[in-house]
Write a protein that binds this ligand. Structure first.
Ligand SMILES: Cc1cc2nc3c(=O)[nH]c(=O)nc-3n(C[C@H](O)[C@H](O)[C@H](O)COP(=O)(O)OP(=O)(O)OC[C@H]3O[C@@H](n4cnc5c(N)ncnc54)[C@H](O)[C@@H]3O)c2cc1C
Length: 456
């Protein structure tokens, strides 16, 4: 393979954003992807494509008042002040430019999601593709890359290591599935966009033990390669315990049931027919909550109004086609469907109805129900899952990898799940959209910075 200006490893949101941005600024780019099936197996492909930005032109058009600072405040509130401040500033500041770039330069058909709001966002600021499917986002990014003749995507080629000369990263060692390796030089260095460690059970047990028993529902390729490569070069790491969990992975189908069901007024009960927390605290921390219930499962209960509101989600359509949504005409038949004692479930739903009508405070402190549940009832059996990890290599505002002494390692960048994110520690700091913003935003900034170092 010929030498290039820049190697980007990993063809997810981070890798595509980095490669497209660097190519459009004039660099020759090799985007090396380890998996031949990345279009369906990466985290980006499995996501619901929600990209948050505070102060975007879509918000302006609808008269929604928002800004990078307001968005930052929401993230700091969700993470209880523990989000990495440098990365947070960089990402919230670049987000309006990023979503405009995705739409204008990459032809991604983004629109603002206004029909529901995820927990923790003080206003509507998530931008998504029409079918709210990450695989569509990925397809759009793939087409955008193809329009740049100086950029080449090769798969399956795994970045095994990087080449270092005089303390600077100057290329990569690429490996094919049959084990043969090839060295490629890249004068601007290497961007690690290989995601986190969610697919490595030993690393999950070590850094995020509370979710280790949950179903892993993320990309197969997230094996911690960036950590291994970075650590060999003396890179620092940060917030490795951070992850996005989810409290509503439908079982046995292993398809995401959107938390929009809950935000529109649905509730989560265990097989005893009891609720166990305020569902609006966040779907990420709910993963471990559901795993703590009998049988490690729970049921999300909703109704026809909510069922109608969830139609735009491709994942929801998938669940419907697999008959994962069970219907019951009244609470007694619902109890039979989910195997809970009818008396308990009747009491639980009567309490919910009173709280939804504003006649009594919710026992778990849930602030809003967005409407009363009305028969017939729908129920989906769910479990707690690990989606992806949010800690990673320490980086600066340009996605340059840092040593523990905060010195940049020349020519080495990390973006997306490979880098520290903006979710603080544990599961509870994850605000919807933190994943794709870290991926697309740090990728964009890394590609831009790498080209900025190009002389002649
Ligand atoms: C079900 C689900 C729903 C989600 N919904 C949302 C959402 O709506 N909004 C949001 O913001 N976030 C969401 N997320 C999180 C989001 O998808 C991720 O944070 C984001 O996609 C990460 O992008 P990435 O580029 O870092 O990783 P990925 O998309 O996983 O891409 C990494 C790529 O690197 C490849 N790779 C790994 N190692 C190597 C190597 N050594 N060499 C070459 N290639 C390698 C992998 O095969 C993979 O293709 C969701 C995640 C899941 C699982």
């Amino acid at each position: 393979m010929s030498d290039v200006d820049l190697i980007v490893a990993g063809a997810g949101a981070a890798g595509f954003a980095a490669a497209i941005r660097a190519a459009e600024l004039g660099a020759s780019v090799l985007l090396a992807e380890a998996s031949a099936t990345f279009e369906h197996g990466s985290n980006t492909s499995m996501s619901t494509s929600m990209v948050p930005a505070g102060g975007s032109r879509w918000q302006d058009r609808l008269g929604i008042v928002d800004s990078p600072a307001t968005f930052r405040d929401d993230i700091m509130r969700k993470t209880k002040g523990t989000a990495d401040a440098t990365v947070l500033h960089a990402l919230t500041d670049v987000a309006p430019e990023l979503v405009a770039w995705l739409a204008d330069d990459c032809d991604v058909p983004l629109d603002l999601v206004t029909d529901f709001r995820y927990p923790g966002h003080s206003t509507d600021r998530c931008h998504a593709v029409p079918d709210r499917a990450g695989r569509s986002l990925l397809r759009n990014l793939g087409s955008a890359l193809e329009r740049h003749h100086a950029a080449t995507l090769i798969a399956p080629f795994r970045l095994h290591d990087v080449l270092v000369e005089d303390g600077r990263v100057v290329g990569g060692v690429l490996q094919t599935p049959d084990g043969s390796v090839e060295e490629v030089r890249s004068r601007l260095g290497v961007i690690l966009a290989t995601n986190g460690y969610g697919a490595d059970p030993a690393l999950v047990r070590r850094f995020a033990p509370e979710i280790a028993e949950g179903v892993y529902h993320g990309g197969d390729g997230s094996r911690g390669d960036a950590l291994r490569i970075g650590e060999r070069l003396g890179a620092g790491t940060a917030q490795l315990d951070a992850y996005q969990g989810h409290g509503a992975l439908a079982v046995p189908h292993n398809v995401l049931l959107t938390w929009a069901t809950v935000m529109h007024g649905g509730v989560v009960v265990n097989i005893e027919g009891e609720r166990f927390d305020d569902e609006t605290i966040g779907y990420s921390e709910y993963g471990a909550r559901v795993l703590a219930q009998p049988g490690r499962t729970a049921w999300v209960i909703f109704d026809t109004r909510i069922h109608d509101a969830c139609q735009p989600f491709a994942d929801y359509q998938d669940l419907l086609s697999q008959n994962a949504v069970r219907w019951a005409d009244d609470v007694d038949s619902l109890a039979e469907t989910i195997g809970a004692p009818a008396e308990t479930l009747n009491k639980t739903l009567a309490d919910v109805a009173r709280a939804a009508r504003g006649e009594a405070a919710d026992a778990f402190g849930r602030p809003t129900f967005a409407g009363e549940l009305v028969a017939p009832f729908a129920a989906v059996r769910v479990t707690g899952a690990l989606f992806h990890t949010q800690g990673g290599l320490a980086v600066d505002a340009d996605a340059r990898v840092l040593t523990p002494a905060l010195e940049a390692i020349a020519g080495l960048y990390a973006a997306g799940g490979a880098a520290v994110g903006i979710s603080g520690n544990g599961a509870s700091g994850y605000l919807a959209g933190n994943g794709l913003l870290s991926a697309l935003g740090l990728g964009y900034l890394a590609g831009q910075h790498a080209v900025g170092t190009m002389v002649g």
